[in-house]
Write a protein that binds this ligand. Structure first.
Ligand SMILES: [Zn+2]
Length: 536
């Protein structure tokens, strides 16, 4: 870009970027000025790409693909990144829908990640403040994972442009969290060495506000284990004594676990589903399986919980004369985020601020909150202070396999305000805002903060130095990473194949066509916002 164009951008977006973090002594006033100017340029560049942000967000929303089945999603993102000059390696770590995109050369290596999978049965019309599926029973973005790649890609394109113009060395990597809802791939990316030469990981995740944190979060570690019992089939009416019911074993395991639950640490979270409970009542089930998530605060406690699960499975097998095998389907370390990276990002978050919400945006948020019978406080309008480590007593929550990455390289997770406060999570309600102006504006705000933080990392090497000092001397001083997956475990890429196959055809008719419609709301013919009319 020529200087003239840059100064136009500077003048356009000066309102968006008010203050900057104080720079350290080693940064001269000239350097500081340049840093500030470049942050202004990238923020303006992100603003100028709002159309691209909207198209990515809406397109991925319409694909609504479950973990390991993100075929259209990855095809679209890989094509887009290649068009923008990135080199993309597909099918990494034995996961067909995973990829690693790279651009640039030399240090620092900055890796931007965000999840791409969705939630079973969360199909929902965007902009509608009550349950109204696009395709009944189909998966949908009831977690908002359709937005994070837009945040990352747009930020990367803005930063790439100034790196080219200013000849700033560095490497940008972009990667997807495949099957995050199954916590099923990031430990394998780590095992395959994809973060070995990375200096900092900036992860993006949808939120109701713009924020980062450092230290331990409320999130737990976990291991996802399927127990498959094998018995013997027989005619349930004619000769039940000849059968050994694998389903009985599953039920007894669950009963055993639920009694034991009372005597477990309060921080644990554990839950199960029965993916296979047999075929029909008159055939004694010879095979049945139950799938557990065991969550605890750290590696030793996750392992303790898992060992109890195994003992209970043994007991259930003994009681029923069956045998069992166990298979790990996923795992996660509890995340720990980096202080130096979080502080740098937080300063940029304060400069960007929250989006200007329209009356329509707020009306949708309040309408949905009313529908869910939670306080009608609308969208977030004030930033929260930077959060440090939570205490163990405050912990106990869901998990994210970004934890495995965070114990191998300094990492932060940038939350961006594309969703509505006080939603249940993993639910159709969490999809309502995700292809509306709320998601688009929230993603743009996230992209700006991310791009500005990338400029910091490129031009202020002391941040990466401090990040590694914290990582080595504080975070991993007494805790050493060991994967929960065994060397023989492989990604469970078969998961969700059948479920996705059932819904792919009916969903295809609703894929977003950006060449025909300005937005996905336009394509679906949805009035924004659509709110339940008051009852007479
Ligand atoms: Zn998520």
């Amino acid at each position: 870009m020529k200087t003239g164009a840059a100064s136009v951008l500077l003048s356009i977006c000066v309102h968006a970027v008010a203050t900057y973090p104080p720079l350290r002594a080693q940064t001269s006033p000239g350097d500081q000025q340049r840093l500030e100017a470049l942050k202004t340029v990238v923020a303006g560049d992100v603003d100028s790409r709002q159309k691209l942000t909207q198209v990515i967000v809406d397109t991925l929303f319409s694909y609504g693909e479950l973990g390991f089945q993100e075929i259209e999603t990855s095809r679209y993102l890989v094509a887009l990144l290649r068009k923008e000059g990135f080199t993309v390696k597909e099918g990494i770590a034995g996961v067909p829908t995973a990829w690693m995109a790279s651009w640039g050369s030399g240090k620092p290596v900055i890796a931007l990640g965000s999840d791409i999978d969705c939630i079973p049965q969360a199909s929902q019309k965007p902009g509608v403040a009550y349950h109204d599926p696009i395709v009944e029973g189909a998966p949908g973005h009831g977690e908002g994972h359709n937005s994070g790649q837009a945040v990352n890609i747009v930020a990367a394109l803005a930063v790439k442009r100034i790196m080219e113009r200013e000849k700033i060395p560095g490497t940008l990597r972009l990667w997807p969290g495949v099957a995050e809802e199954l916590l099923a791939t990031k430990a394998y990316f780590v095992r395959e060495g994809y973060f070995k030469d990375v200096d900092a990981v900036l992860f993006a995740h949808v939120n109701h506000t713009l924020n980062v944190s450092w230290g331990a979060t409320r999130q737990t570690g976990m291991v996802s284990v399927e127990y498959t019992f094998s018995g013997q089939s027989a005619h349930s009416g004619a000769s039940p004594w000849r059968g050994k019911s694998a389903l009985d074993a599953v039920e007894l395991m669950d009963v055993g676990w639920n009694f034991r639950r009372e005597h477990l640490r309060l921080q644990q979270r554990s839950h199960y589903v029965i993916p296979n409970g047999g075929d029909q009542p008159n055939v004694v089930p010879s095979v049945a399986s139950v799938w557990y998530y065991f969550r605890e605060l750290d590696y030793p406690h996750v392992n303790e919980l898992w060992a109890i699960g195994r003992d209970i499975a043994k007991g259930a097998a003994l009681m029923t004369g069956t045998t069992f095998t166990e298979r790990v389907l996923g795992s996660a370390w509890a995340p720990h985020f980096n202080k130096a990276l979080a502080e740098a990002a937080d300063a940029n978050i304060r400069a960007v601020g929250l989006p200007q919400w329209s009356d329509a945006d707020q009306a949708l948020a309040r309408g949905l909150q009313k529908e869910l019978q939670v306080p009608e406080r609308g969208l977030a309008t004030a930033l929260e202070p930077l959060r440090g480590p939570v205490t163990d007593a405050e912990r106990g929550f869901g998990s994210d396999d970004i934890g495995d990455v965070s114990w191998n390289v300094p990492t932060i997770a940038l939350g961006y305000p594309s969703n509505i406060p006080d939603l249940p999570g993993h639910n159709w309600a969490n999809a309502v805002s995700m292809a509306t102006p709320i998601a688009h504006k929230g993603a743009t705000a996230g992209s700006k903060a991310l791009a500005m933080t990338m400029v910091d990392l490129l031009l202020r090497p002391e941040i990466i130095r401090d990040a590694w000092t914290y990582f080595r001397e504080v975070q991993t001083k007494d805790v050493k990473y060991q994967p929960l997956v065994a060397p023989t475990d492989t990604p469970a890429t078969f998961l969700n194949a059948r479920k996705m196959a059932e819904y792919r055809e009916p969903m295809k008719r609703y894929y977003y066509d950006a060449t025909k419609y300005p937005t996905y709301l336009d394509q679906l013919g949805i009035k924004y916002p659509t709110i339940r009319s008051a009852q007479p």
